[in-house]
Design a protein around this ligand. Sequence first.
Ligand code: COA
Length: 432
Amino acid sequence: MSRDTLTITDNRTGKQYEFPIEDGTIRALDLRQIKVNEKDFGLMTYDPAFNNTAACKSRITYIDGDRGVLLYRGYPIDQLAEKSSYLETAYLILNGELPTAPQLQQWTEHITLHTIIHENVKKFMDGFHHDAHPMGMLVSTIGALSTFYPDAKDIFNPSSRLKQTYRLIAKIPTLAAFAYRHSMGMPYAYPDNDLSYAGNFLNMLFKMTEVKYKPNPVLEKALDVLFILHADHEQNCSTSAMRGVGSSHVDPYSAIAAATAALYGPLHGGANEAVIRMLNEIGDVKRIPAFIQRVKAGEEKLMGFGHRVYKNYDPRARIIKGIAEEVFEVMGRNPLLDIAVELERIALDDEYFIKRKLYPNVDFYSGIIYQAMGFPTDMFPVLFAIPRTSGWVAQWVEMLLDSEQKIARPRQIYLGAGLRDYIPVDSRPSAP
Ligand code: COA
């Protein structure tokens, strides 16, 4: 008779153990019962980089990496990209259900109300060097917000959490735009609350001397779709940082600063910047075969390809490739697209990439669009952090309210020196 259990025989002792299987997992702590003797600590699993370890139960985002499926709260990403807006999607991610019309209106009003930042935050940003990376500025200023909102420490108070949620989703585009204007040596442009979330962001970035900035509707829509695509992606590096740092019960600004820092890395949110650099280096479709040879020889990485979870085409990459043409109609064609499309065609036909299930990920085409929209490459990870804020906050709240969660504290396998006595410096043997 079949049972939802796992039986393990420890060949060191001949003992058998039976553990329940729930949701396709066994409890790692059950393994601690497996001991060779009473003094033994018990068996652990070794899983560097958490390749096969579920660290939480979540109801937010579902990915089927083999089939290339991404759902937010059950809704397919392509339907949301086509029919929803970023603010509505953020509401869905945070609350579990799509809002009613009055709920959406109220939510939008609350976010819009919080777009302005304290003047001292602006002064704080003035202190950065003229060529400071906007992502470095964003990480620091998000962290600094915790000092402006000490009420954020009240993390188990739902109304305080909601207020910080409004503030975070509303203010991060302002910080991002101010970081951009600072790096360009331009005066800051204040939020215009008559505009949509994406439209206002474009206003704060690109407004010049005109009295009222009018965002191009194609670019406004494209940016909003890009925001939807980046809103959440379950337990990736930055979200794990958010949950891990948040598990110490620090305020959400500090935790989001940590998550943003994780996103800064080239293997995560910095990959689209690396894609542009790679495409520029290739420079011509004729040089693609030689580049592919170098990738296969392990000398280069094909940036924007491969994913820990997707072993199929990333559904977000397909949507982004689709909106690229609309953006190019307004902004002119980005010549790097031809190199990218040919690179993808060759790679998807090559045994090396097929065998390893390496497909384009979200970053392969996003940088090309951002560049066509006039963003410098430094801004790419910033554009990722803005919409991911809603996902980070949703994951943080889910972690806080999960009675099974505690402060994150992985185990280690210690392979260092055994116990030994301290030797005074004069008595130490000279270095070889
Ligand atoms: N180019 C060339 N080879 C790649 C590759 C890439 N972009 N990504 C993975 N591989 C190869 C690895 O070398 C490895 O080959 P091997 O089995 O011969 O050693 C194999 O594919 C498995 O890769 P692995 O490093 O185990 O996958 P991972 O899950 O640890 O890494 C990424 C996932 C995303 C970090 C990795 O694919 C990568 O660095 N991609 C480029 C950066 C990028 O686009 N990041 C954005 C992610 S959204």
